[in-house]
Design a protein around this ligand. Structure first.
Ligand code: GLV
Ligand code: MN
Ligand code: MN
Length: 419
């Protein structure tokens, strides 16, 4: 069994027929279908599958006979501390996301294990494939929710109360999926059993293409976050309300959007308003409220702070002029991440031994490996994306590059789990 078979089985799940994009939101029908796909991929390989207390999926390739004669792998009380090697990524998507962001890492993980087994490789450490829950934050607004809960970076009580666009809480959605929301929280036993994490992911940029390389190694992740801006004005008639009498929340929102571009450009950052909701949303009425989400990322903390500060100041200034109230709340934040230098060096050496030269790249994209890096030695492999497009149905990687990614991951797992 290989990459293509796994990939083809996953491909139709949660794809919107009209856009060709994916809508795999946590605990929806599409997500549950992806979870079943994961369970069946594990079962086909005789891997022990489980869902952890935070809704993350795990499939374990246990060490034959156990470590030192003991059964191995979390969930088993005798798992040797720090032994396990974890790979994988996520299966959820942004609205109308591409096929590769997340799934490529999960499919490649199973395919790399197939390759190692075909070669007769026997691990001396347990290897786990993980699929982390709500990585994109598309349903509950907090990116990397599953890995943040696992590592204790978010409090379970706050997480339980997160709501989706229809007002459904995470606790309700989990319960609806047959999971116990009271179990949410840091899983120290699981964390203690892991020695290293390697997430493979499609590159969300075209640096590898420019360098002529199929596979790269991540250096680190820019600090980034999401801010929610609530502009509250007064609903009124579009055809009769004099301009001077309006309290239109759309105007300070527009000022914030324009400032986002200016500030990002001034500070070498990225700032995006990709989601906005106007209430009540009538073409012939001034809105009573506008809620918008700012995604901002920068190479360092100071550039990020200055970018967001400048946008917030512009929003407040414009709101003042228009008689509009504005509230700004940070919904999620990930500090700068530098992936473990020693682990990166082992990845580079394992790839070089296969004749693969893997360039080292920073990224502005968030990943579970970046969250896990706060607690565990973590690293990432990137697979070439010829156009660089991501978070879009147009996202693409060539089959040959996906195969190169699987070969690279197999080499890395052989290095990490082989001694
Ligand atoms: C995850 O894809 C992110 O960087 O938003
Ligand atoms: Mn993504
Ligand atoms: Mn991703």
């Amino acid at each position: 069994m290989g990459f293509a078979e796994l990939w083809d089985a996953l491909l139709p799940l949660g794809r919107d027929a009209a856009t060709g994009g994916y809508r795999r939101y946590s605990f929806t029908k599409a997500d549950m279908a992806c979870r079943e796909w994961f369970a069946s991929a594990a079962a086909q390989r005789g891997m022990r599958a489980s869902t952890d207390r935070n809704g993350n999926l795990w499939a374990w390739w246990d060490v034959p006979g156990g470590l030192g004669g003991q059964a191995a792998g979390p969930g088993s009380p005798s798992a040797a501390p720090g032994a396990a090697i974890v790979t994988g990524s996520h299966l959820d998507s942004v609205p109308d996301g591409g096929a590769f962001d997340g799934p490529l890492g999960v499919v490649s993980a199973f395919a790399a294990i197939d390759q190692l087994r075909t070669r007769g490789f026997t691990p001396v450490r347990p290897v786990a494939v993980a699929a982390f829950c709500e990585e994109e934050g598309a349903r509950f607004g907090l990116a990397c929710l599953g890995s943040r809960l696992l590592t204790g970076a978010v409090q379970p009580a706050a997480a339980r109360e997160l709501r989706d666009g229809d007002g459904v809480t995470l606790a309700e959605a989990m319960a609806g999926a047959g999971l116990d929301p009271d179990g949410l929280g840091a899983d120290e036993e699981l964390l203690a059993s892991v020695g290293a994490v390697v997430e493979l992911h499609i590159e969300q940029g075209s640096a590898l293409d420019g360098l002529g390389a199929a596979v790269g190694i991540a250096e680190g992740i820019w600090p980034h976050g999401r801010w929610r801006l609530d502009f509250t004005g007064r609903a009124d008639h579009a055809g009769t309300t004099r301009l001077a009498d309006r309290r239109d929340p759309m105007l300070p929102f527009a000022a914030a959007v324009l400032e986002a571009r200016q500030a990002a450009s001034a500070h070498g950052a990225l700032a995006t308003f990709g989601k906005v909701a106007a209430v009540p949303g009538a073409a012939n009425a001034i809105s009573s409220a506008v809620t918008a989400w700012l995604d901002a990322r920068a190479p360092d903390q100071s550039a990020l702070d200055r970018t967001v500060g400048q946008i917030e100041a512009a929003a407040r200034r414009a709101a003042d002029v228009q008689g509009v109230e504005v509230g700004v709340r940070r919904e999620s934040f990930t500090p700068p991440v530098e992936f473990d230098p020693a682990l990166r060096a082992r990845l580079a050496a394992a790839l070089a031994a296969q004749g693969m030269q893997a360039p080292v790249l920073p990224t502005g994209a968030g990943h579970d490996a970046g969250v896990l890096a706060a607690r565990l030695p973590s690293a990432m492999l990137f697979v070439r994306n010829p156009t660089g497009v991501s978070h879009s149905p147009a996202e693409h990687a060539e089959p040959a590059d996906c195969e190169a990614g699987v070969a690279a991951l197999a080499a890395v797992l052989a290095e990490l789990a082989g001694r």
